[in-house]
Design a protein around this ligand. Structure first.
Ligand code: HSE
Length: 325
């Protein structure tokens, strides 16, 4: 009899401005994915929580796809699985909900069969399922990740987040599918724009590695994706340009958007002002949004074996104390 595994996986923000498809940071907002062999032989996916309401729970689900890869690669026949999911990560908002589903599915399935696959291999599978390595890298390794994937092999370096770094996210109520936000990008760029981004992105990694938070405002500038996505997210251009004047260390579109993130010194006395500026700018564009104060998440998936009570008590009841109120 297989065990029942609960994986808690973090949200993530990708790009951090200039590091398009290469930089990511794990965030203190989570999904819980529980996986066990179904005792009645029938696969079942149960989705809990308001973020997942109305989403299809079919066999093309990312969690099941990820699990199938693990079983196939480990050479273990895949049994019917009972999967329960609860998430606090808003879907299609640029906070890594699909990366969390993929990484959670991979990590839970791998743990279920005794962890035959390494994290390095899970990272490669995750990158190919997601199509880029930045969110899945941050979700899998925690902290800040510089990642590179050539379509087959994925490499990464993980950095500890600087102390005192807090993250304010402004999450618009509307969803923006990543596919649509990628469609807005050009096929090619000028050498000037390429050099601009290499410079900013290199400086951003160095600044984060050495705690030079004073450089973030400059180092988070981007010419590869944000200018082209601005039309999809009214208010974004103003927020990115002016957030530092309202107390942010730097600001960026979170992944493919529409969420915008601002880095803030946790000791800053200007947090309320910044929050008002973000919400006010979206409101002026008639965009409903909510803000959340998050921290970088240090760790990737937290895996525990569920106890016997999991047979009787539904997942949301068991994680009540940990989820967002
Ligand atoms: N790097 C990706 C993008 C992240 O910006 O399209 C989206 O999940």
């Amino acid at each position: 009899m297989m065990r029942r595994i609960l994986a808690k996986v973090p949200a993530s923000t990708a790009n951090l401005g200039p590091g398009f498809d290469t930089l990511g940071m794990a965030l203190s907002l989570y999904s819980w994915i529980e996986m066990a062999e179904a005792d009645d032989g029938k696969s079942r996916l149960e989705l809990f929580g308001k973020e997942l309401a109305g989403l299809p729970a079919g066999g093309d689900n990312l969690i099941l796809q990820a699990a199938r890869h693990v079983f196939d690669e480990a050479g273990v026949p895949m049994p019917a699985l009972h999967i329960s999911v609860y998430t606090d990560i808003p879907v299609a908002r640029g906070l890594g909900s699909s990366a969390a589903a993929i990484v959670g599915g991979l990590a839970a399935a791998n743990a279920l069969i005794g962890s035959p696959l390494t994290d390095a291999r899970l990272f490669e599978i995750a990158s190919s399922l997601e199509g880029h390595p930045d969110n899945v890298g941050a979700c899998l390794f925690g902290g800040i990740v510089a990642a590179s994937w050539d379509g087959r092999r994925a490499k990464h370096v993980r950095l500890d987040p600087p102390p005192n770094l807090e993250v304010l996210v402004a999450i618009p109520a509307f969803r923006l599918p990543t596919e649509r936000a990628r469609h807005a990008l050009p096929e090619s760029y000028s050498r000037g724009d390429a050099v601009f981004n290499i410079g900013r992105s290199s400086m951003l990694v160095a600044a984060l590695a050495t705690g030079r938070l004073d450089l973030l405002r400059f180092a988070m500038q981007d010419r590869l994706h944000q200018p082209y996505r601005a039309a999809l997210i009214p208010g974004m251009a103003k927020i990115l340009a002016e957030a530092p004047e309202h107390g942010a260390l730097g600001a960026a579109l979170s992944g493919a958007g529409p969420t915008i993130l601002a880095f803030v010194d946790s000791e800053s006395p200007r947090k309320a002002e910044l929050e008002r500026f973000l919400l006010g700018t979206f409101a002026a564009e008639n965009i409903a949004a909510e803000t959340l104060w998050l921290k970088p998440a240090e760790a990737g998936p937290e895996i525990v074996e569920s106890g016997a009570e999991a047979d009787r008590v539904p997942l949301p009841e068991r994680i009540k104390g940990e989820v967002r109120a």
